[in-house]
Design a protein around this ligand. Structure first.
Ligand code: CUA
Length: 179
């Protein structure tokens, strides 16, 4: 027997299965099935995974929509970079842009009101992590992620990019206000 030469008996897969081997295959298969069905189960009953929609959109089209919202509903500016704070009306479409290395604009939502939140990236992949609610969404260029959100607790939330996106990744933080 040699690791370099081909095996003397070529049809090696016609060996009979050992009982122990078969048992392990069945255990692994059963566990794989459990994990597989946990995915839909956890989505429906785990109260953790968000139901979201995703659509194809170009960076230009998305930023045009975000700009239109900012032009209409900006109430003030914040931070050194003078990022607009937007207070859109209840039920409206709200846009949040992720780009190197900034979230734009800052959103101010009302407690108990519903909004359609659209997220997209202008350049590379970013991660939307809302703290302390622990909501996580991937923000991908070329697609917009849409979720219906109804904030149920007033406060100041932090948005952290949790997908490594280059040198300024650690500075890609923002805030979200719920009044
Ligand atoms: Cu954007 Cu990390």
């Amino acid at each position: 027997m040699s690791a370099i030469l081909p095996p003397a008996k070529r049809v090696w897969w016609k060996e009979p299965l050992d009982r122990v081997e078969l048992t392990w295959i069945l255990i692994a298969f059963a566990w794989a099935m459990v994990l597989f069905f946990m995915m839909p189960y956890w989505h429906a009953f785990g109260r953790q995974n968000l139901s979201n929609e995703a659509y194809r959109i170009s960076a230009e089209a998305f930023s045009a929509k975000a700009q239109a919202m900012v032009d209409k509903y900006t109430v003030r500016e914040e931070t050194e970079q003078k990022i607009p704070v937007v207070h859109p009306p209840e039920g409206s479409d709200v846009y949040l842009i992720a780009r190197l290395w900034q979230w734009w604009p800052i959103l101010e939502l009302e407690n108990g009101k519903s909004y359609r939140l659209h997220l997209s990236a202008m350049d590379y992949q970013h991660g939307f992590s809302l703290q302390p609610s622990n909501i996580n969404l991937q923000v991908v260029p070329g697609y917009e992620m849409v979720i219906t959100v109804t904030p149920n607790q007033a406060g100041n939330y932090s948005i952290v990019c949790n997908e490594y996106c280059g040198l300024g990744h650690h500075q890609m933080v923002s805030r979200l206000y719920v009044k």
